[in-house]
Design a protein around this ligand. Structure first.
Ligand code: BGC
Length: 759
């Protein structure tokens, strides 16, 4: 439905009907206005499957059976827009079949700390990757004429006090990192809904943050869809309405509807604002209604297969010494660990899908005589004496099994009680019993492989003692098939890490400021999140951002750029040829990073600005082409509130991970628009000298200053002092010129100069 048509419907609504439309009917439904043909519609949680409450149940957690796709943590590791689109499409189709108008997801919040309890539901520590993967998911869902709802906007990066805390973040950091994770997805994929977060940003709740919802999202980004609260995130409904909040979920029992009616009547809220909100809501509801696919069929078996294929794209081979993987059917293999039997394949909380069709690795190998199984550990802690006895028994059985086999594969991971929506992790370790078991097995079995099931990084004290590590993240209901196919080489792993695995939690840049104090959490690390920090500090990490191995090898060659000198307003293309130099089919996620070679402002060593995944037969080559525009080079300038590029050299780096750069080229960029500075009496000479708009006047002032201050140094203070004086002069604020020049540079002269410069 067009906005005009929605306008016409809203114009026929009473004030009470309009106010009513601004909040839900119940937990999952929006209200109807039957006399105008607006039906009641239902939304449900995603993002990795449908969590739709059963129609005959009163319990909001009693959901229909559904297909569980890999968690967002895994999906981002696919580094593949097509994979994401297909999964989104399947979920969109399921929504049509189940009469769901909007699927609540994806969650695009940045992984500021590895121990945020909800990281499994988010994509990455990098905003470009997050936004691109979210965009593909949204486009997939919405290709079926149902809506996606990007969440939780914004700066919701922890679970501790998530409903009340204030995230204290400076504007550059918000723009370059936390909002950027949403920006491309909102602009490119146009999600039907944006869910605002529970938390406050710099002291204002997201649900009533005009700067966030109106100025940035709706005006600057041109967002036409509706803003919905996270469930129960309203603080002051009227303030929210004025700030750009459209829909409150769930309902408020009519209380806030009354507040809105009252506020319109007493003039606090102009009726046009309420109309705008209702038009946004009506146009989404009616677009869904007009495109209902009554005949949609949800083929759960087909979706299960797609979940398996998706999971395969997401597996990250972290390590593979001596090519211990893939396994062969000729080897005797000991599967060890509870997760082989009962994998952890999804996270807990609102994204939890009632999946009955999940597969285990054990089930997949049941006909293979060369594979044995022992549970090795339990995911519950031992409390009683009997528990302790059983724990020992399991441990010893595992060692015995590992000794007898050619290869031991340990299925380890985080139990559900370790990470979930609603709380943050306490540390970054696996359960101690698992670490002990891996160590002990590795001591007696040289071919030890670890398969991990976890929604976010873990410390790996045994990393150097095992030969291979396969990260499955939370792989969705197809994880069993996908894991076994990967272990035995039917599928070649091609996932890349969407986040850095630090060696230990205390290495992480947010460590000293997470999860904050009583009411606030300060993002003191600024833009230096994830690899942006580790690289800047030249730190060793366990596994870097973008890392992931394959059973084949790829060669990168013939990088070209369409232009070597250009303005920041021009687009350029960058190409590189990738060749499969191994002996089996494989996929490679090619990554492009940009580095500002010399910068006046603090910038990361490099930032991801492009990625493409391609499949190659042995010996085959393909050329990958990237397009780069202004934002690839720009930083956010807080003084002038805009994106600017500094003039100079930039390096374009292409590689297989952030730490494995294979090709590079240097280009020279001239910005069309230079950052506009405001000059005051406290501007220092060094900054003034950069000004090019009143070049002549600045040059004249510089001559005067040089002759007065610099030369004095050499004579009076001795050799080498001219440099010191020059440096000191550059630090001098304009207000000091009259006194230091003993009146030779007058105050009027400086004032006039300032006036010209600020014009
Ligand atoms: C979560 C949202 C979710 C909503 C509805 C909230 O607590 O933060 O992500 O969509 O509940 O279940």
């Amino acid at each position: 439905m067009t906005r005009e048509e929605a306008k016409s419907i809203v114009s026929q609504m009473t004030l009470e009907e309009k106010a009513g439309l601004c909040s839900g009917k119940d937990f999952w439904r929006l209200k109807s206005v039957e006399r105008l043909g607006i039906p009641e519609v239902m939304v449900c949680d995603g993002p990795n499957g449908l969590r739709k409450q059963r129609e005959d149940s009163e319990n909001i957690n009693d959901s229909i059976e559904a297909v569980c796709f890999p968690g967002s943590c895994a999906e981002a590791a696919s580094f593949d827009r097509e994979t994401m689109y297909r999964a989104g499409q399947a979920m969109g189709n399921a929504c049509q079949a189940e009469r769901i108008s909007i699927l609540l997801g994806p969650g695009t919040n940045i992984k500021r700390s590895p121990i945020c309890g909800r990281n499994f539901e988010y994509y990455s520590e990098d905003p470009y990757l997050s936004s691109q993967i979210a965009s593909a998911h949204i486009k997939g869902v919405q290709s079926k004429n149902v809506g996606a709802c990007i969440k939780h906007f914004a700066a919701n990066n922890q679970e501790t006090r998530r409903m009340s805390i204030s995230s204290e973040v400076d504007e550059r950091t918000l723009r370059e990192i936390y909002l950027a994770a949403f920006e491309d997805a909102v602009k490119e994929a146009k999600p039907w809904a944006v869910m605002c977060s529970y938390n406050q940003i710099n002291g204002t709740f997201s649900s009533e943050n005009k700067w966030l919802l109106k100025d940035v999202l709706k005006e600057e980004w041109g967002y036409e869809g509706l803003v919905v609260t996270d469930w129960g995130a309203v603080n002051d409904r009227v303030k929210g309405l004025l700030a750009g909040l459209d829909l409150e979920m769930p309902g408020s029992g009519g209380n806030t509807d009354k507040d809105i009616v009252e506020a319109v009547k007493n003039g606090e809220v102009p009726e046009e604002i309420l109309n705008d909100t209702c038009e946004r809501i009506v146009s989404r509801i009616m677009t869904y209604v007009e495109n209902r696919e009554e005949q949609a069929v949800w083929d759960k078996d087909a979706d299960h297969k797609l979940a398996v294929e998706t999971a395969k794209e997401c597996m990250v081979l972290l390590k593979n010494d001596d090519q211990v993987l893939p396994l062969s059917n000729e080897q005797s293999v000991a599967f060890i660990g509870k997760f082989a039997e009962k994998p952890r394949f999804q996270g807990g909380g609102s994204s939890h899908v009632n999946s009955k069709n999940w597969s285990s690795a054990l089930e997949q190998v049941k006909t293979m005589e060369n594979v044995t199984y022992v549970s090795g550990f339990d995911t519950k802690d031992a409390v009683s004496e009997e528990d302790v006895r059983l724990e020992k028994q399991r441990f010893n059985d595992a060692i015995a099994a590992a000794k007898q086999a050619d290869v031991a594969v340990i299925f380890a991971g985080l139990p559900a009680t370790y990470e979930s929506e609603g709380f943050d992790r306490k540390h970054m370790q696996l359960p101690e019993i698992q670490n002990q078991l891996i160590q002990a097995v590795a001591e007696i079995q040289p071919n030890t492989v670890v398969v991990l099931h976890n929604g976010s990084p873990v410390e790996m004290p045994w990393v150097n003692n095992v030969k291979a590590i396969l990260e499955t993240y939370l792989g969705g209901e197809g994880v069993g098939e996908a894991t076994v196919d990967t272990l035995f080489g039917k599928s070649n792993p091609s996932g890349k890490l969407p986040e850095t695995f630090p060696i230990q939690l205390s290495d992480n840049p947010s460590y000293l400021n997470f999860p904050g104090e009583a009411t606030k959490v300060e993002y003191k690390e600024g833009i230096f999140v994830g690899y942006r920090y580790y690289e800047k500090k030249n730190m060793k990490v366990l596994f870097p951002f973008g890392h992931g191995l394959s059973y084949t090898t790829f060669e990168y060659s013939d990088m070209t750029v369409s232009k070597e000198r250009f303005s920041d307003e021009e687009e350029i293309t960058v190409s590189v040829t990738i060749t499969n130099t191994g002996d089996r089919y494989g996929k490679e996620a090619v990554q492009l990073y940009v580095q500002d070679v010399i910068s006046q402002i603090p910038r990361p060593v490099k930032e991801l600005k492009g990625f493409e995944k391609i499949g190659l037969e042995p010996g085959e080559s393909k050329t990958v082409t990237f397009t780069l525009g202004k934002r690839a080079w720009a930083y956010y300038d807080v003084e002038s509130h805009g994106w600017y590029t500094e003039e100079g050299e930039f390096r374009i780096l292409i590689g297989a991970s952030s730490q494995d750069i294979r090709q590079q080229k240097t280009v020279y960029i001239t910005p069309v628009q230079k950052v506009k500075r405001t000059y005051t009496m406290n501007t220092i000479l060094g900054d003034l000298y950069q000004n090019e708009t009143v070049k002549e006047e600045v040059a004249e002032l510089k001559r005067m200053c040089d002759s007065m201050f610099d030369t004095q140094g050499e004579d009076l203070l001795g050799e080498g002092m001219a440099d010191m004086m020059e440096a000191q002069t550059r630090e001098m604020p304009l207000k000091s010129l009259p006194s230091f020049s003993e009146g030779k540079i007058s105050r009027e002269y400086v004032e006039k100069l300032l006036e010209k410069m600020n014009q």
